[in-house]
Design a protein around this ligand. Structure first.
Ligand code: SAH
Length: 406
């Protein structure tokens, strides 16, 4: 990496530099005092404070709400070697915090100070998402860097996010390198998961739960022979970990028939078929049916452990009240179905619902069901989705494990 040639300048207004100096990469139009004439969307620009002191380099896009995304504070050339060095540095963090893992998020956008770039590794296949124009235009450099570091069997592009239109980008999905015939089988914590990297949820699996699968299974294993319910089970992530850890039986629920079929195959592939059942159902309806009783009947608690890992119920701030009603509903019903001493592992992947609010909803459900809870674990996103406190947007997944005191 050598010194950068003269680049178009973007000069910030007074008092707008601190956030950038602190490490946040986003610059909105309102923070900008001056843009060099002739700057084109996607260009690399030099960012200065109002005194024309250097702040860093960023990718410019006037079509986006985020006009500049700062990608480095150093004087460098943004070429293949730049991406190679940055991706290797990101990889080293994963090797340090998830030693032995073969599938993980290699680059987590803002979490790795590469706003607009996600790279997931599924054993020998990589999946790339570019959600910002400047990154998208540099895909050839990124692909070349990835080939040089990983020598992957294939690189898949999963750019069908609706958010790309706010960057002036079309949706795209296909192969950037190599070929892929059908689903692949990847290993997570020693368990095999079949997943369709070209069409599955997210980029294939919920890698952000990798560490939480293990910890939740350890807590479930404290009750030998547990009867477990995995709500929103997708490919069986929590279910299979619980079954391997010693649960007697796990029942998984997901509304997607494809996910249920894949989860059933995954249980069999791991020799856990006898302990696992999966059912295509709407969790809200299923829990309601299980907890609706006649006037003189009581709900019989059946489960030693229940996992709740719903999709984000919020798209924006305005939908938070509805989302909270949804969270409360599933917690009310789950608490009724848990035996005394039972374990509730519950997750919320909405950035708009913070952990205090989330816990308040759970406590309100506990009050209504007259249950008292002991908190035995707190969860966050796995370390391959780094949380950078000076970039609050990098925190989204939170969760708790509670034991039912009474
Ligand atoms: N626990 C999973 C991830 C869950 S993601 C894992 O670790 O991999 C959320 C899942 O909820 C998706 O698979 C989606 O199909 C399912 N889903 C969404 N709404 C649902 C509902 N109302 N009832 C049942 N499943 C639902």
């Amino acid at each position: 990496m050598s010194a950068s040639p003269a680049l178009p300048l973007v000069i910030l207004k007074p008092r707008e530099a601190d956030r950038i100096v602190a490490g946040h990469p986003w610059i909105y139009a309102g923070a900008i005092m001056h843009v060099a004439p002739g700057v084109k969307d996607g260009d690399l620009v030099e960012v200065n404070d109002h005194r024309k002191h250097w702040l860093g380099l960023g990718l410019y896009n006037a079509q986006s709400k985020i006009t500049v995304r700062v990608i480095t504070h150093e004087h460098v050339t943004v070429d293949q070697a730049f991406f190679e060095a940055r991706i290797r540095a990101a990889l080293a963090i994963r090797q340090r915090h998830l030693p032995g893992a073969t599938s993980f998020r290699v680059v987590s956008a803002e979490g790795d100070f590469l706003s607009g770039l996600i790279v997931d590794k599924y054993d020998d296949v990589l999946v790339v998402q570019t959600s910002a124009l400047g990154m998208d235009m540099r895909k050839p450099l990124i692909v070349a860097a990835l080939k040089s570091i990983f020598n992957p069997r294939a690189i898949v592009e999963r750019n069908e996010m609706a958010s790309r239109k706010f960057e002036g980008l079309p949706e795209a999905n296909g192969m950037l390198e190599g070929t892929l015939d059908g689903p692949v089988t990847v290993t997570l914590n020693g368990l095999k998961f079949e997943t369709d990297l070209r069409a599955g949820h997210k980029t294939g699996l919920y890698l952000d739960q990798q560490a939480n699968y293990q910890r939740t299974a350890e807590l479930i294993a404290l009750t030998p022979g547990a009867n477990v319910l995995d709500c929103f089970s997708f490919l069986g992530g929590f279910a299979l970990h619980a079954a391997r850890a010693g649960a007697a039986h796990v029942h998984g629920l997901d509304q997607s028939a494809d996910a249920i079929a894949a989860a059933t195959r995954n249980a069999a592939a791991n020799g856990l078929a006898e302990k696992c059942t999966f059912e295509a159902a709407n969790v809200f309806d299923w829990l309601k049916a299980q907890t609706t009783v006649g006037p003189h009947e009581r709900v019989i608690p059946k489960f030693d452990a229940i996992v709740l890992d719903p999709p984000s119920f919020t798209r924006n701030r305005a939908s938070v009240p509805d989302a909270l009603r949804g969270y409360k509903e599933i917690h009310l019903r789950a608490l009724k179905l848990l035996k005394p001493g039972g374990l509730l592992a519950t997750f919320c992947c909405s950035h708009h619902v913070d952990s205090v609010t989330f816990q308040d909803v759970i406590l309100s459900a506990a009050f209504d069901t007259r249950r008292v809870l002991r908190r035995v674990a707190t969860f966050s996103q796995s370390p391959d989705h780094p949380f950078i406190p000076c970039i609050p947007e990098t925190e989204y997944l939170k969760g708790f494990a509670f034991e039912v005191v009474r």
